[in-house]
Design a protein around this ligand. Structure first.
Ligand SMILES: Cc1cc2nc3c(=O)[nH]c(=O)nc-3n(C[C@H](O)[C@H](O)[C@H](O)COP(=O)(O)OP(=O)(O)OC[C@H]3O[C@@H](n4cnc5c(N)ncnc54)[C@H](O)[C@@H]3O)c2cc1C
Length: 268
């Protein structure tokens, strides 16, 4: 029986997510002027595994304007701080996990206006954080004839992992939208990859160029589509694929990574 069928008391109870593992920032590097790679480390990373590309972790950060990390408690429905406030939690791609060195890298877009963005731009070695996860990633079908990979800057870490994981003989076309030309960076090399970078024109909605790229994509039968980025743009991509192209849902993964004008990630 699902929790929503089992009565009002249990309807408020959700499965507790994996615990938060306290970590400290070990290194901070700029992959581009827009993307900051933060290496987190600590003994609590012991036992963590990330099996699939394009998975997710939840990153707990100090509350805006503070340096200290307060660990939240699960109340049966959500994580809350001891004073009842919501903790600052954002979702990122676990870009690299080194289980021997107890290191985990995330890469954060410095877009200006968010707690995580400001944290990534300013944090230095020793800064506290905590990690929960991983959440589900993407299972690469090694028999698929081709892939279309589409994303904005927040999807660069996931797309990089997908390029590392795709069979070397499988043709794939990558479209990445950047808010600024200098957000372009070197992606992992794949012998059959065709990579198109798109600049978001001034005044356009985030993801506009990605929607156009999918509309104009020449998809061979059975090709797999993976897309991630701003939630409304991803919804337009879903509508185009499923309603206009009758594309197979089973061959398609489209994830809203953030919502324009709203804090938090795009999947809530
Ligand atoms: C499965 C998954 C994996 C993800 N992986 C990554 C990753 O590897 N790297 C990464 O950078 N992000 C990733 N994201 C997206 C990230 O969680 C969101 O962008 C998040 O909102 C960033 O938090 P923030 O505190 O910086 O901004 P918030 O406080 O959440 O938002 C503040 C304001 O900034 C806007 N905003 C948020 N993100 C952006 C953006 N990228 N560009 C422009 N405006 C924005 C919001 O609309 C809001 O108006 C992922 C999300 C999911 C669901």
């Amino acid at each position: 029986m699902s929790s929503s069928e089992s009565g009002p008391a249990s309807a408020r109870t959700r499965r507790e997510p994996p615990r938060f593992r306290p970590v400290r920032v070990r290194r901070v590097e700029h992959s581009s002027p827009r993307l900051v790679r933060v290496t987190l480390s600590g003994p609590d990373l012991e036992g963590m595994t990330v099996e699939e590309p394009a998975a997710s972790v939840r990153l707990l950060l100090p509350a805006s304007g503070t340096d200290g990390l307060v660990m939240p408690r699960w109340n049966g429905n959500e994580f809350l701080l001891p004073d009842g406030r919501r903790p600052t939690i954002r979702t990122f791609t676990p870009r690299r996990l080194d289980r021997d060195a107890f290191e985990l890298d995330i890469e954060a877009v410095v877009h200006g206006d968010g707690v995580a963005s400001k944290w990534a731009a300013a944090v230095g070695p020793g800064g506290p954080a905590a990690i929960s996860g991983p959440g589900r990633g993407y299972l690469i079908d090694r028999q698929a004839p081709a892939f279309l990979l589409v994303g904005d800057e927040t999807a660069i870490p996931a797309i990089s992992q997908l390029l590392e994981g795709l069979p070397t003989e499988t043709p794939n076309h990558v479209h990445i939208e950047v808010a600024r030309p200098d957000a372009r960076l070197a992606l992992p090399r794949h012998p059959r990859a065709m990579i198109d970078w798109h600049d978001l024109p001034p005044g356009a909605a985030p993801g506009d160029t990605l929607v156009d790229a999918v509309r104009n994509a020449d998809l061979s039968p059975g090709a797999r589509v993976w897309a991630a980025g701003e939630a409304a743009a991803m919804q337009r991509i879903r509508r185009h694929l499923f309603e206009e192209r009758s594309w197979s849902r089973g061959d398609t993964t489209v994830r809203g990574y953030w919502k324009h004008g709203r804090a938090g990630d795009g999947e809530k």
